[in-house]
Design a binder for this molecule. Structure first.
Ligand code: ANZ
Length: 962
């Protein structure tokens, strides 16, 4: 008998399998489908690591097993090839990311092939190839056309040293990881996907999938749904309102009389001039009329409705005075609206926007979602020219035509808006906090006596991360906005207003009512600042206290349970029931080179237009300067600029942001069903026949967002008629981390990285595969041990030697074969590969003790072992005289009656307490029993602690000592 030479064998069979197309997934097969997916890798320069080997071996075993069971298995591999490392490398060395990426994917592919993984390589995809990103861009446009992609201003991390935007991960302790400059925040106009629209469904859908509970919980926490209410606390400042009505309206029409009454009730003064010829207006004439008859000053809030917004803007352009606020309802600035009016001709539609912009301290552009006259783009056009905040609301009647329009009142009253999950505690709100970044601070700067002190606090808060700021342990800081008070309408008290950094601008309204008696952080702050603490829910124990109880100190609501009081108080004080989410809309713009270009161009006025499909893929230019120079790298491409002007016309400019790489990976599992399709992102029949993914395996870390985004894409495409499923990944499992031999996370700095190539060279791919599966339960963290790997190598060598004993004339080994088939089948089905291997070891030992092994028994053994060690089993199978692959054989079966009872049940103790029991074949030796004793239950009790020794008392007990 020749010696077991892994080098020979492995290369030989890898070639053979490739030639035979053994792992090709067949479209339109009669067999039942099974889609097994890995989280495809970013092809990094350092090559495959042992963690990849772990999860890819797991899916490989499962795929081979399912194929042998008769399924039509789809098991593809590809490259998540866009991303930052290749770009950073380009900045450092000038080597184009394309080159670096091609090289790395070649290395990855070779390494994966040498592991003997059974991918269908005809389906390989690369997200950085134009054939792929054409469809990423197409999907972007699909979302855009369906109002699920939009542009708005957002804050980014800006490094003044590198002159570039940084990803959150590149900011370390408020400094740039590369040059240590203090990172600043900068406002940029960016693209978003409206994932919030799906927030509830993304929570509910989790009930329908087979995923680890901890992963489901992480998704829920990320979405962070909170139910509560919005309250408005009026400010003590009184303003002068000037209201300009619309076409065919007047001070006695529409919502205007009602609005006047409401504002006056709050102590404001109101002027509503009757604009001339409202039924057949001349815009120039109306502007002239206001110019001559109305005055503006710094305490004015100027409201315009519909045509009144045009008049208001023009009026402001001509005025000499600055105003407090401009609020536009159903506003527009050109004739591109849904109605045709004679007044279009009475005005030249030219504004001096630069001049208007500076005239108001604050600008609100209020847009009605159901507006039938004014298209939503008008709000964006206005915002692009004069800035301000677009506020989307639901009018009572389209275009704010009702006699009462609560949203008009709400958006024009000077107030602090808060979100609370505890409306029942309203009477206990003794002070207010606005976040340092809140626009309210600058808007009311004129009225804040200590504005310099406030501004310097705001500046200092910018350097801190949201996580730091939210920490319960951190000492609370803040500064009062002196001169500004907010009124608690429940208690009629005037409350002081503070800025404090524990309130985040990015959550809910960015302001809170502080209830120090019942909220921990508010309590800390109140103690420090000596603010009143009023208990409003009775109970036992020290304050602050959040337990349910009965209301006290709450006027007519005293005596109610706090659950009842919630809705009663919300209703009584104009609260609005509201659900908020921690989840934000998905910011997909990256000011980066190595990503899919966003397929948008801008006309000379700066309005965005989708790039027509026939120009896709909208290719990533290559003539760029990777060195950051204050704008996104695509801004430096002459070719892109020329291309845009040639196609769209002079003065047109390209979008220069690229897409977040999470967009690429949100649909790659769809592309695998039809990877070469040049006409569609994937054919709908193929999508229907292959999706959902039946088994998805990948790391637990860093996948919260990927899973969320992929689920979002699936739901969007379903709603738009492209998919027939609700969830993309039916079953999901995570592999545990493989730690270095020292028990620490592998890292360059610790010098504890194990290189899989080196291991494969020494021991062979089959041994490495088996070792990684034998280390312990798939989902647990495990430390590397090359010594233990030698044990697996010996096991394969033993299996090799067994060949000599094989004969057709022997007796069957009987029940042990049947029991091993049963055990290995069940274990693989549950991804319990370590225990499946133990069972195979027991069978091998049994064979080893025998004089002769019946060929049929040995064949069954080879088939069971084949998914784990595909090369050596193939060689041995051929040695039996077969010409076809062991991997195309049927999975072994057993007869129930063959399972005899020569099994033993042993109790398993952890530190003296019985925690589980195991059933082992009577032939099992001590080592095997020890391995089998580490069941999932037992591991839970061990809880990651060091196992000092394991004692086996034959026939009775296994005792694990920690
Ligand atoms: C009054 C109150 C009383 C609150 C009480 C809590 C307990 P979750 O559950 O996380 O949604 N809050 C609201 N917006 C905030 C912001 N931008 N930054 C920091 N804190 C904010 O938390 C909602 C609660 O967190 C809200 O309810 C608010 O404090 C605070 F006994 O209002 B609560």
């Amino acid at each position: 008998m020749t010696k077991y030479d892994h080098k020979d064998i492995e290369e030989k069979w890898q070639k053979f399998w490739a030639k035979q197309d053994l792992y090709k997934a067949v479209d339109n097969s009669d067999k039942e489908k099974y889609y097994i997916l890995d989280m495809f890798p970013y092809p990094s320069g350092s090559g495959l690591h042992v963690g990849h080997v772990e999860s890819y071996t797991a899916t490989d075993i499962y795929s081979r097993f399912k194929r042998m069971q008769g399924y039509n298995v789809l098991h593809p591999m590809g490259w998540d090839a866009f991303g930052l490392p290749a770009e950073n490398y380009a900045v450092k060395t000038g080597v184009p990311p394309q080159e670096t990426t091609d090289k790395s994917t070649d290395v990855f592919r070779e390494q994966i092939k040498s592991l003997g993984l059974s991918y269908d390589w005809s389906r390989e995809i690369n997200t950085s190839s134009p054939e792929y990103y054409k469809w990423t861009q197409w999907l972007f446009l699909l979302l855009y056309k369906n109002k699920l992609a939009y542009k708005k201003k957002a804050t980014v991390n800006w490094c003044p040293g590198c002159q570039t935007v940084l990803a959150n991960e590149q900011v370390v302790d408020g400094e740039c990881e590369r040059c240590d400059s203090a990172v600043e925040k900068k406002e940029l106009s960016q693209w978003f996907f409206n994932i919030l629209k799906y927030a509830d469904e993304l929570i509910d859908g989790l009930d329908t999938v087979d995923w680890p509970e901890s992963t489901k919980l992480a998704q829920k926490n990320w979405i962070g749904k909170s139910e509560g209410a919005i309250f408005r606390f009026p400010l003590n400042k009184k303003f002068r309102y000037v209201i300009l009505h619309g076409y065919a309206s007047g001070p006695e029409k529409h919502f205007l009389p009602w609005l006047r009454r409401k504002l006056e009730e709050q102590g404001h003064s109101v002027e509503i001039p009757t604009l001339p010829n409202s039924d057949d207006p001349n815009i120039e004439e109306q502007v002239k009329y206001v110019n001559e008859n109305v005055n503006l000053d710094e305490d004015t809030i100027l409201l315009g409705h519909s045509l009144g917004t045009v008049v208001a803007l023009k009026y402001l352009e001509n005025s000499n005075s600055k105003i407090h606020e401009l609020v536009l309802f159903g506003g527009f600035i050109d004739t591109d609206i849904n109605v045709d009016r004679d007044f279009f001709e009475t005005f030249d539609w030219k504004f001096d926007f630069e001049n208007i912009k500076d005239k108001s301290r604050s600008i609100k552009i209020v847009r009605d979602e159901s507006d039938d006259s004014i298209p939503p783009e008008q709000a964006e056009k206005i915002e692009r020219r004069i800035g301000g905040e677009i506020i989307d609301v639901q009018a009572r009647k389209p275009h704010f035509r009702d006699s009462e329009e609560p949203e008009v009142l709400r958006t024009s009253l000077p107030s602090i808006e808060v979100f609370t999950t505890r409306p029942d505690t309203l009477f206990g709100a003794t002070y207010m906090i606005v976040s340092p970044e809140n626009s309210l601070v600058e808007k009311y700067a004129k009225y804040i006596e200590n504005i310099d002190e406030v501004r310097s606090y705001v500046e200092s808060a910018k350097a801190k991360t949201d996580i730091e700021r939210s920490s319960e342990e951190r000492e609370k800081t803040g500064v009062e906005l002196k001169g500004l008070k907010a009124i608690n309408e429940a208690t009629k008290e005037e409350l002081p207003v503070f800025v404090a950094d524990y309130v985040l601008n990015t959550y809910a309204t960015g302001s809170i009512m502080a209830v120090p008696a019942h909220d921990e952080r508010d309590h800390q702050f109140a103690e420090k600042m000596n603010l009143p603490i009023v208990e409003v829910v009775s109970g036992e124990g020290d304050l602050p206290r959040s337990e349910p109880g009965v209301l006290i100190n709450s006027g007519e609501f005293d005596g109610f349970s706090n659950a009842e009081a919630r809705s009663k108080i919300t209703e009584a004080f104009g609260g609005e029931i509201k659900t908020t989410y921690k989840l934000r809309d998905w910011l997909v713009s990256r000011q980066r080179y190595w990503g899919a270009p966003i397929p948008i161009v801008y006309d000379p006025e700066g309005n965005p237009h989708p790039i027509p499909e026939k120009y896709l893929p909208w290719e990533l230019p290559t003539d760029v300067d990777y060195q950051p120079k204050g704008t996104a790298p695509l801004g430096s491409s002459e070719e892109l600029k020329k291309r845009t002007e040639e196609i769209f016309g002079e003065g047109w400019t390209p979008e220069i942001d690229t897409m977040d790489t999470f967009v690429d990976s949100s649909w790659y599992y769809m592309r695998f069903t039809d990877p070469q399709n040049a006409d569609e992102f994937a054919n709908s029949e193929k999508l229907d026949s292959w999706l959902p993914v039946d088994m998805y395996i990948g790391g637990a870390e860093h996948t919260v967002l990927h899973l969320l985004y992929a689920r979002f894409f699936t739901k969007v495409l379903r709603d738009l008629g492209y998919l027939g499923i609700d969830e993309p990944f039916q079953s999901l499992r995570h592999q545990g981390m493989i730690l270095g031999p020292d028990g620490n996370k592998m890292s360059k700095s610790k010098g504890n990285i194990v290189n899989p190539d080196e291991m494969m060279e020494r021991f062979g791919a089959d041994t490495v595969r088996m070792y990684e599966m034998f280390m312990g339960p798939l989902e647990q963290a495990k430390a590397w041990s090359t010594d233990n790997m030698i044990g697996l190598r010996r096991f394969l060598e033993k299996s090799w030697r067994l060949q000599e004993k094989v004969t057709e004339k022997s007796e069957t080994a009987g029940s042990i074969v049947a029991r091993t088939i049963k055990k290995v089948t069940e274990d693989i089905e549950n991804l319990q590969f370590n225990t499946a291997i133990s069972a195979l070891m027991i069978l091998a030992n049994d064979f080893d003790k025998k004089e002769k092994i019946l060929e049929a028994d040995f064949e069954a053994y080879l088939r069971l072992l084949a998914p784990f060690a595909p090369h050596i089993t193939e060689e041995m199978y051929q040695n039996l005289g077969y010409k076809t692959s062991v991997h195309s054989t049927k999975w072994p079966e057993f007869k129930e009656e063959d399972l005899s009872l020569d099994e033993l049940t042993l109790a398993v103790q952890v530190d003296g307490k019985v925690r589980d029991s195991i059933t082992v074949p009577s032939e099992a030796n001590e080592e095997e029993i020890k391995q089998m004793a580490r069941t999932e239950k037992v591991e839970k009790w061990i809880d990651g602690r060091e196992v000092k020794k394991i004692i086996v008392i034959p026939g009775k007990i296994v005792s694990i000592v920690l």
